[in-house]
Design a protein around this ligand. Structure first.
Ligand code: FDA
Length: 302
């Protein structure tokens, strides 16, 4: 089921078919804050009121033209300005394929670094999301290149990839902050663990490297076992609560987000918004069959 949904996340025909169903669009709003920056800022305010920080994400990936990539760059710069004027507590996450990675590495870097410089001026932070393994090497190269210019940029590491331990080491040697997640794309067995238990073992191994590093890193998961392992390790190693943060997705385990924040942990919620929500939403469906059954049940009810 997971593989099928991830495959369908790239199929325009299926997308157009599904968009005709209201329940499909309605379910998306559980995971996406809305179509506009106003909607997203409202969601940030609500999170902040509960003691939770945010990371805003303008949805979009695999941009096909320079016009679109530059437009996305300008919009992200605008998000940083808006965070600044509204005085809300949020940084920004970006995907490099939205900023033109398919159009060339140097081109994408030039687009990104304008954003990173702007974030630097505003004392904000840009997190570079990690996409499919086809992009891992280039994404890390660009992050490290940007990191040499500014400390206001960080990477994402996916625990399901075999290569991730080496990548964590390289990023930490270069004092680059990391968000650790399990990984959300369809990957071959030659590159990624297929069994959840193996991904989880690697997640815990990498989490320990992050907590030992002394850098302010992020543990991004809703998995209670991963969260318990992080808390236990932090306690054992005297890594205080201000030295790392938990991150979760908008619309997922709000109860857990709030609980951790109330216990004094730093919690950040990833808030996506915008018109291009389809692939993001399909990845969220793929993570949890119950989400798909909810839609199917409602489609049948009709
Ligand atoms: P797991 O999938 O084992 O889920 C644990 C529990 O969480 C489930 O039992 C369920 O209760 C709940 N849950 C998880 N997903 C749910 C969903 N969609 N709907 C409802 N409940 C759900 N990936 C990536 O490849 N690149 C990236 O840049 C990022 N960025 C990122 C940022 C942040 C802040 C988070 C939290 C996650 C990402 N991810 C990501 C996604 C990540 O790789 C992973 O796919 C999801 O977080 C789900 O994995 P869990 O760690 O939650 O565990």
């Amino acid at each position: 089921m997971r593989a099928l949904l991830l495959f369908l996340s790239h199929q325009e025909g299926f997308k157009n078919f599904m968009l005709r169903f209201r329940i499909f669009r309605q379910t998306a709003w559980r995971f996406v804050a809305g179509e506009t920056l106003d909607d997203a800022v409202q969601a940030v305010r609500e999170a902040n009121a509960q003691g939770i920080r945010a990371s805003l994400d303008l949805l979009g990936e695999n941009t096909k033209s320079q016009d679109d990539a530059e437009k996305a760059g300008r919009e992200v710069t605008g998000i940083l300005d808006r965070i600044n004027t509204e005085k809300v507590d949020s940084n920004v996450s970006v995907k490099l394929t939205q900023l033109g990675l398919d159009l060339g590495t140097d081109y994408c870097y030039a687009n990104l670094i304008r954003i990173v410089r702007h974030a630097h001026e505003l004392k904000n932070f840009i997190r570079i999301d990690m996409e499919g393994s086809h992009y891992t090497e280039r994404t890390l190269d660009i992050v490290l290149r940007a990191r040499r210019e500014s400390e206001n940029v960080g990477a994402v590491i996916q625990a399901y990839l075999y290569r991730s331990e080496d990548d964590v080491r390289l990023l930490l040697e270069n004092a680059t902050r990391i968000r650790l997640c399990k990984g959300a794309y369809l990957e071959p067995e030659s590159l990624a663990f297929k069994k959840k238990s193996r991904t989880d073992e690697n997640f815990v191994r990498l989490m320990k490297m992050l907590l030992d590093s002394g850098l302010y890193n992020a543990i991004a998961t809703h998995d209670e076992a991963m969260i318990a392992a992080t808390r236990e390790y932090a306690d054992r190693k005297n890594v205080t609560k201000d030295k790392f943060e938990f991150q979760m997705l908008y619309g997922v385990r709000r109860d857990l987000q709030l609980l951790l924040a109330q216990e004094g942990y730093n919690v950040r919620v990833y808030i996506p918004f915008g018109l291009r929500w389809y692939p993001y939403f399909m990845r969220r469906l793929a993570e949890r069959p119950a989400n798909v059954f909810f839609i199917l049940r409602n489609l049948i009810k009709g």
